[in-house]
Design a protein around this ligand. Structure first.
Ligand code: UN1
Length: 509
């Protein structure tokens, strides 16, 4: 009951009233769809419930998104940027309660919950600047008195599917950029974190109402097998941007690919840190513990493998084990806590199943390895001494479980590093310029993100975020990731009085 009060209180501060709405187009749509209960991972108790949208509700949302797109795309991009600036301000004003709600519903510690909202604010700022850019190139035409250039046009209503682990930031990476690009959007959040989605939608609603707009930011909470599948198969939605497991990504690629739609996939990672003998061990230790234990190992970028050079391996392993002994585990809203719970019991079972395979495949558990006997979904952060050939290390287990390997040379480290199906984030700790550059070169890390003396997790929004191989190839957030939210048009304009053909072709009648 006390916890329910916390959720209720936070939702009230965020302007959310209890309702039967499971979908929103600016106005909440009441539905009699099945109830979805959001559980607090810290004690396993219900926080609040929402209604799930049905197909008829989805149809209303897509209709509103299509209508809104027609008007929104006509606003000059800097004016769209102005709306996104206001969204950033509204998020600033609600950073504290929204960050708390993220921690409450998802289980990450408060500084990370607040950090997630900060990512939302930062991407809004980024998008505001971008709204005055969205540059196309100008090319030199091979024909006299011809001008050739390209323009970027809005794409249409896009679908955004997000995961529980970054329940609000990843929406913002997509939503802020897509909005300045002139797209409307339909958000399908994870069914494990519906409350944060409702709160964010309400924040966006307020901004839009103030500007007499609606239908740009839309929400459908519902079952993957129902509204999720409808969204994937919907030809009215030219782009699906999705974060989740590799298994989910394969399904999306299949359904969206079949209708020749576009997909932006940010799927699993199996991120490794290489620590060389010449590394600053202090730095490496801090980055590796945060990478492996932070967010209870539930970031796509969490450190899952440590590849240690022989000279420092024993000492570094010992220091990691000692550091793990100091990790404060508990209520994510308590400022002394460094690691909260896993999202649900299924996640705990996945970790325990992975550890069973570790034992069968000859790994050695150096510390941790158990569930914690208290309410909620807590586990011990775990370090495993692994060896090459253990199949389980090729899988992403979304938990605080890290595998340690020992190698003799950089070449050996790189071979091991790249020998997994996923390719999201990676890092090397070294003070040797040649090792650093080799890691970043084409024969080094095969990941979308490669860092030197910086851990695998905690990327800034300014860079393009995403990875290669089974991670899906998509890029979100900063740099030129905006291009996937627009359609490119190449234009050639003849301002002369001749009709020359390209490639010197003659065609005189
Ligand atoms: C994710 O886990 O899906 O780089 C996103 C990071 C965060 C985002 C992670 N900025 O760890």
């Amino acid at each position: 009951m006390a916890k329910e009060m916390v959720a209720e209180d936070l939702l009230k501060q965020l302007g959310v009233e209890a309702s039967n709405a499971g979908a929103c187009t600016g106005k909440w749509i009441d539905t009699d769809g099945p109830e979805l209960i959001s559980y607090n991972p810290t004690d396993g108790q219900p926080l609040a419930s929402v209604r799930q949208a049905k197909i008829a509700d989805y149809e209303r949302v897509i209709g509103a998104a299509q209508d809104a797109f027609r008007d929104w795309r006509m606003l000059p991009a800097p004016q769209r940027g102005e709306i996104v600036r206001q969204l950033g301000d509204e998020l600033r004003a609600h950073k504290e309660p929204l960050g708390r709600l993220v921690s409450l519903e998802m289980g990450k510690i408060l500084s990370e919950g607040l950090g997630e909202v900060q990512e939302m604010i930062d991407i809004c700022d980024f998008a505001v600047g971008l709204s005055r850019q969205l540059y196309g190139l100008t090319m030199h035409s091979e024909r006299a008195q011809h001008r050739m250039y390209e323009q970027w046009h809005p794409l249409g209503p896009i679908g955004i599917i997000t995961a529980f682990n970054f329940p609000v930031a990843v929406w913002a990476w997509n939503a802020a950029i897509a909005a300045v690009c002139g797209d409307s959007m339909i958000w399908k959040p994870s069914s494990k974190t519906p409350l944060t989605a409702v709160a964010v939608q309400q924040i966006a609603n307020r901004v839009m109402q103030r500007n007499n707009l609606s239908g740009v930011f839309n929400l459908v909470i519902g079952r993957g097998s129902e509204v999720g599948e409808a969204l994937l198969a919907d030809r009215r939605v030219p782009l699906i941007s999705a974060t989740g497991s590799c298994r989910m990504g394969v399904r999306i690629a299949e359904v969206v690919g079949k209708r020749l739609g576009r997909s932006l996939l940010e799927l699993g990672g199996n991120n490794a840190v290489i620590v060389m003998d010449d590394a600053d061990q202090e730095l490496a230790l801090r980055a590796c513990t945060f990478g492996a234990v932070g967010t209870a190992g539930q970031r796509c970028t969490s450190t899952r493998r440590l590849i240690l050079q022989k000279g420092i391996a024993a000492d570094f392993t010992e220091r990691m084990v000692k550091a793990y002994g100091r990790v404060n585990i508990g209520d994510p809203l308590d400022p002394a806590t460094l690691m909260g719970p896993l999202i649900d019991d299924g996640a705990r079972d996945d970790m325990m199943n992975a550890l069973q395979k570790v034992r069968e495949q000859g790994g050695e558990i150096l510390c941790g390895g158990n569930k914690i006997d208290r309410p909620g979904f807590f586990v011990e952060p775990t370090i495993v001494r692994a060896h090459e050939g253990m199949e389980i290390v090729r899988e992403e287990t979304f938990a605080p479980l890290v595998y340690i390997f020992e190698v003799e040379t950089l070449d050996e480290a790189l071979a091991l590093h790249n020998d997994v199906p996923q390719g999201l984030s990676s890092s090397i700790f070294t003070t040797n310029l040649i090792s650093a550059e080799t890691f970043l070169s084409h024969r080094g890390s095969d990941c979308g993100i490669a860092n030197v003396n910086v851990g695998t997790s905690g990327a800034e929004i300014g860079g393009a975020f995403g990875g290669e191989k089974d991670t899906g190839g998509g890029r979100e957030s900063g740099s030129d990731s905006w291009k996937i939210y627009m359609r490119r048009q190449t234009n050639t304009l003849n301002w002369g009085s001749e009709m020359p053909l390209a490639q010197g072709v003659e065609f005189d009648l």
